[in-house]
Design a protein around this ligand. Structure first.
Ligand code: GLP
Length: 445
């Protein structure tokens, strides 16, 4: 993979090239426009640079921002480190100002840290954001001639008695803020493109637009694409986008086949609360799909095993599912695969949990039939056979399930966690659903 580095600093370029080469990545040498560092944090500035470079080149782009945070100065100079005196990059004047401000500060209160944020932005909107820190103290005068910036007055805890400017480049790489952030980046890049991709967008509408476009693009490349579809509120904006693209003459679904994830039991399929009705109202009646190409499980089947077999055969005859759209339950369910002792395989009849009954009951307010307690659902194994999976989750009530799915152990107690093992999964989140993630690639498309 070719990566762009958003900097004019030759030392940084050489450092990154050294790390990327053994991982099989090249560093592209493309001129980039200057980006104004208007962020209030190192991470924001790193992201600004990376996002701008990515937009300009269409290639993955790495940006960084780093600086010195002094405790006695409430974190200053921070993001202003390189322009502490006003002009950019005047190391001598910056150091003089710092030493002067700390003139009366005793040794024990001269604690400080170098911080480096690195952000890698990919053209599909994914993002990796990492941070490295180096704890230390501010010396009373300059010592050493190596490095740059505040190095001659920074005494790293990990190299007692030396300033950063006295260390060999190898030692500095090991303990410096940038060295640590780059090591984390190397680790991430080594993991490559495997694993779940996470994209955080500002709101439901933006997600619907992105996923709707993704599906329309797939359908225009493969006119007889096979889609696995979901119900619930999460995919509604996606369906609206698909309908809008169809109305605009930009997408035709005439040769597309669909398979829905699930359907309630003990509910006539023409009932207003059935998933058959939901799909007709939210999508099928707004696009040119042929009714015969839309497939559902029969929630009222007399023979569960035969129905499961029929559905599997129909998916097989269609050539398998190209793209499976999913939502996630508050308890981590996908389709109606509730938390349980083991992962399921093909379609089956399942008892719904309290949590799901509570979550879906509002859809049955005013209905002459109460919310069913059973459903037919595609099994987890069947879902995993889709070539590509896209999961949408929005709202804070999904945050715990999202964290368990992406960062928890793979367990049938959280059925969605199995998605960690699928080679092509993209999860679209709004900020509320992403709020509990420890390691979120935050994204701006
Ligand atoms: C239902 C569906 C699931 C869906 C989930 C989340 O129970 N069977 O397929 O993902 O609820 O629904 P919502 O998107 O409304 O939160």
């Amino acid at each position: 993979m070719t990566i762009v580095l958003a900097t004019h600093n030759k030392k940084k370029r050489a450092e990154l090239a050294r790390i990327l080469a053994p991982l099989g990545h090249d560093l592209a040498d493309v001129p980039l426009s200057d980006v104004e560092e208007t962020g209030l944090t190192f991470e924001e500035n790193a992201r600004l640079k990376a996002a701008s470079g990515c937009r300009e080149t269409g290639l993955p782009c790495v940006g960084d921002d780093s600086g010195l945070c002094v405790d006695a100065l409430d974190g200053a100079p921070g993001v202003f480190s390189a322009r502490f005196v006003g002009t950019h990059g005047d190391d001598e004047a910056n150091i003089a100002k710092l030493l002067d401000m700390l003139r009366d500060t005793p040794e024990e209160r001269r604690t400080a840290r170098f911080v480096c944020s690195i952000c890698c932005v990919y053209p599909d909107g994914r993002e990796i954001a990492l941070r490295g820190t180096c704890e230390g103290r501010i010396a009373f005068g300059r010592v050493g001639t190596g490095g740059f910036g505040y190095d001659p007055v920074f005494l790293p805890d990990e190299a007692p008695g030396f300033t950063m400017a006295q260390l060999s480049p190898e030692t500095k790489d090991k303990l410096s803020h940038r060295g640590k952030a780059l090591a984390l980046l190397a680790e991430k890049l080594m993991q490559g493109d495997t694993g779940v991709k996470v994209i955080v967008l500002p709101d439901k509408g933006a997600i619907g637009q992105a996923v709707g476009d993704l599906i329309c693009d797939l359908v225009s490349q493969k006119q007889d694409a096979v889609l696995g579809l979901a119900t619930g509120s999460s995919p509604v904006p996606t369906y609206q986008r698909m309908a809008a693209r169809h109305r605009a003459g930009e997408a035709s679904f005439q040769n597309v086949k669909t398979f829905n994830l699930d359907e309630y039991c003990d509910l006539p399929e023409e009932h207003e609360t059935s998933y058959h009705t939901f799909m007709r109202e939210q999508l099928f009646s707004h696009i040119d799909i042929l009714p015969g190409n839309t497939h559902f499980l029969d929630g009222n089947c007399a023979d569960e095993a035969a129905e499961s077999e029929r559905f599997s055969r129909a998916i097989g005859a269609a050539g398998g599912i190209d793209l499976q759209l999913l939502g996630i339950g508050r308890n981590g369910h996908i389709g109606f695969n509730e938390p349980g002792p083991s992962f399921t395989g093909a379609a089956y009849r399942t008892a719904l949990t309290e949590s799901t009954i509570e979550a879906n009951s509002p859809n049955f307010v005013g209905s002459d039939i109460p919310m069913p307690h059973y459903a037919m659902t595609m099994g987890v194994g069947q879902i995993l056979q889709a070539r590509q999976i896209v999961l949408i989750a929005t709202g804070e009530e999904k945050a715990k399930a999202v964290k368990a799915m992406l960062e928890g152990e793979i367990t049938p107690r959280c059925p969605a966690s199995i998605l960690q093992e699928h080679p092509d999964v993209t999860v679209y989140l709004d900020p509320a659903a992403a709020a509990l993630l420890a390691d979120t690639p935050r994204t701006s498309l």
